[in-house]
Design a protein around this ligand. Structure first.
Ligand code: FES
Length: 574
């Protein structure tokens, strides 16, 4: 029997997965005895168990509301006759982690997987939200393959500064660019700092956290209509109660992640990612989640879908609105209805309904300034495009919906930074030889580099150009950028510098050609010269001596495989 099949004879509740003392009856007796020390009655101990993953942490501002959500989930479980038991896992607060949160996503996924598997529970509710937590939880739950339902913490509300709406973190970057260019002074930037992130919840725009919440809903892993409810809204608590109440039913139906995360639902999620103008991190995380279920995503398929999926959502950083606007505009139900003819509607969801059945519900109010119809899209093609060429033989990603179209077909002179340290040291130097039509290249920042693929691809415009009013340039790297950032920024260049990718061979003054119409990225240097450079350019991989950093450096895969660990991915399904 495979691990996603259960029979009526399988142990339930506290009798599941007994501690091994060589005597099962003794193990159960001892477990119940110790459980009784927590005050449980015999009646309670006989109930089915719903585990609740509690990711509250003093280092995760986005999850400040998790304790209240846990209580609401518990209420829902109790209403249906189950026993709710919360347990902690690692929590990842995006801006509190060094060197970068991505490095710990796989660790959180392992923690989540193993604690679901090791502890007795019949179903699990994952409470996540901040960028890496939702993919980490889905990756871990997919590998554990117990009936699972996810609840996201929901987005922040916007703040105000001198009458202007502000939301983390697109506006963080916009004002910081203005500060660097001298358009905003120190007193103003200090005042703005206090108004960017003013409530509980995840970043207020369509950044990585919101993108992943929408992807989780599209995959069928959350209750319908819950991705965009603001963190502070009472509906968020009602969604938590309903999630707890659903968990046992999801278990009864045997709806494990492997039944929901399939080739078809992953393709639906890609469509949604493209229609949202969603985060570039979304493709990395979705690839890693799908990989845990043996579903491979290719960048060629991404391009095929992107050519036929319009951008319909008008949120920052691609457009103008915030997540609170998306929620009141009709949220995921409206978006999915607009995309209906492009989706696989027979995909099951965590309630047992198919996606198609879910969409038969009457559409409510729709705000067309935020969610457009298919007939009048914001963009005719998807928000992301994959690029190939001799600079990125295995592909690179550009968020074209957040880029400057005047730079889509351009050839420029390379200005190369060989590491993050080199970038920090020289980018603002008055001596830097750089012009507005140059191409900034950052090397040695991919998954296997010492920096672990940080969100440094949003290379700042050199100060002397920023002061002259330049707001965008073509920028290329093997690292990532925040889902809240914008610009003509080519990311995830693969293979990365550290494993010998051609991006590591670029030198100052080389010509680079970017063509969005051809989906190409080329280094205009002949093969002979590139071969000569390859022979003389030493690789500089991270070489940590011990611990998790060593595990990471030894086993992290390239961006095209989601930067998951090679030993955690499932064999690809034929
Ligand atoms: Fe947590 Fe942006 S910092 S979602």
């Amino acid at each position: 029997m495979s691990n996603d099949e259960t029979s009526n004879e399988d142990p339930k509740g506290f009798a599941r997965g007994l501690t091994n003392y060589g005597d099962k009856d003794f193990s159960l007796y001892l477990r119940r005895s110790f459980a009784k020390s927590m005050g449980y009655s015999n009646e309670t101990l006989d109930r089915p168990i719903v585990g609740i993953v509690n990711t509250a942490s003093g280092y995760n501002n986005c999850h400040r509301g998790v304790p209240e959500l846990v209580e609401a989930v518990k209420r829902g479980v109790l209403l249906r006759g189950g026993l709710p038991i919360e347990f902690p896992t690692i929590s990842l607060g995006e801006v509190f982690l060094n060197p970068t949160s991505l490095m710990f996503r796989n660790l959180m996924s392992m923690d989540t997987e193993e604690m679901i598997r090791a502890q007795p529970m019949d179903a699990v509710v994952l409470i996540g939200g901040c960028d890496k937590t939702v993919p980490a939880q889905l990756m871990g739950a997919a590998s554990a393959n117990l009936p699972t339902i996810q609840l996201v913490v929901g987005p922040m509300m916007t703040g105000r500064y001198e009458g202007e709406r502000l939301g983390a973190c697109t506006d963080c970057r916009r004002f910081w660019a203005d500060y660097r260019a001298g358009r905003v002074d120190t007193a103003q930037i200090n005042a703005i700092e206090g108004n960017l992130a003013t409530t509980i919840g995840t970043c207020a725009v369509m950044g990585t956290a919101s993108t992943m919440a929408c992807i989780a809903e599209t995959l069928g892993m959350t209750l319908p209509g819950t991705a965009a409810i603001p963190a502070v809204h009472a509906d968020r608590l009602r969604a938590a109660e309903a999630t707890g109440a659903q968990a046992l039913e999801t278990a009864r139906l045997g709806l494990t992640p492997s039944k929901l995360i399939t080739e078809k639902s992953v393709e639906n999620a890609l469509r949604v990612l493209l229609a949202l103008g969603g985060s570039t991190n979304g493709i990395l995380h979705l690839t890693a989640i799908a990989g845990r279920c043996g579903v491979a995503i290719t960048l060629n398929r991404l391009n095929e879908l992107s050519d036929t999926t319009p951008v319909l959502v008008n949120l920052k950083p691609t457009g103008v609105g915030y997540m609170e606007d998306f929620n009141t505009a009709g949220a995921m139900g409206t978006l999915l209805r607009e995309l209906q003819s492009l989706l696989h509607l027979d995909c099951p969801t965590v309630t047992g309904e198919t996606l198609g059945e879910r969409l038969q519900a009457a559409p409510g109010f729709v705000d067309r300034t935020i969610i457009r119809s298919r007939e009048e899209p914001f963009e005719d093609v998807g928000g992301l495009v994959a690029l190939f060429g001799n600079l990125a033989p295995d592909g690179a990603i550009l968020k074209r919906s957040a880029a400057d179209p005047t730079l889509f077909e351009s050839t420029g002179r390379a200005v190369v930074f060989t590491s993050l340290e080199d970038l920090a040291e020289r980018i603002d130097s008055d001596d830097l030889d750089v012009k507005a039509d140059d191409v900034l290249v950052l090397q040695n920042a991919g998954p296997k580099s010492p920096s672990g693929m940080p969100e440094a691809g949003y290379i700042p415009i050199p100060k002397k150009l920023a002061r002259a009013g330049i707001k965008d340039m073509v920028r290329i790297s093997d690292c990532r950028m925040s889902g809240t950032a914008f610009g003509t920024i080519v990311l995830h260049v693969t293979p990365e510098t550290t494993v010998g990718g051609p991006i590591g061979l670029v030198q100052n003054g080389d010509e680079i050609r970017l063509s969005i119409s051809n989906k190409s990225l080329d280094l205009l240097v002949d093969d002979q010269e590139l071969e000569r450079r390859r022979r003389t350019t030493p690789l500089k991989p991270a070489t940590p001596a011990r611990g998790y950093a060593k595990l990471y450096a030894d086993h992290v895969t390239q961006a095209g495989q989601g930067a998951d660990f090679d030993f955690l991915m499932a064999p690809t399904k034929a």
